[in-house]
Write a protein of this length. Structure first.
Length: 157
């Protein structure tokens, strides 16, 4: 079974959504976790938009990526979903096969009314869901070069 870790700054939004989508879409095909550099509480906007999808994150706890590292956890895929400036700070995991970076906007930085923030968070949610589906297809295909090239075109600036 492939082990996947999604990382973002606070493990409060993007990595939580990605973890839940991989678990939900792929079922037991992957062992998936998420963590952050500076774990906080799960973002209420994310709790709200994920609830629309039937996913309850209201009791979910943010985790520290460094705690996982200290435990000697090994992952086949480490996928950072934070912005490019934070990607440089991601730890290197021993035995890791693939490190991928997908920058998504942080719902914590959104401005506007509650409804405007919800709308933007929904957009981020849909982008993450699409990327997770592509990741699953790629892993099943076994074509490493194909995913790398596709994700570079779609997710790099």
């Amino acid at each position: 079974m492939e082990k996947v870790l999604f990382i973002c700054v606070h493990n409060s939004a993007r990595s939580q959504m990605a973890e839940e989508y991989l678990r939900r879409i792929a079922g037991d095909e992957f062992e998936v976790e998420s963590a952050g550099f500076e774990p906080t509480e799960v973002n209420p906007l994310v709790v709200e938009v994920m609830k629309e999808e039937g996913v309850d994150l209201s009791r979910k706890q943010a985790r520290s990526v460094f705690d996982l590292y200290k435990q000697g956890r090994i992952f086949n895929y480490v996928i950072t979903v934070c912005d490019d400036s934070m990607d440089r700070n991601c730890p290197i995991y021993p035995g890791m096969t693939h490190r991928l970076h997908l920058p998504f906007s942080d719902p914590a930085t959104l401005a506007g009314s509650h409804e405007e923030k919800l709308a933007k968070t929904r957009e981020i949610r849909e982008q993450i869901k699409k990327a997770v589906k592509e990741f699953i297809e790629w892993v099943k295909s076994g074509d490493e070069e194909k995913l790398s090239m596709a994700w570079q075109r779609m997710y790099t600036k």
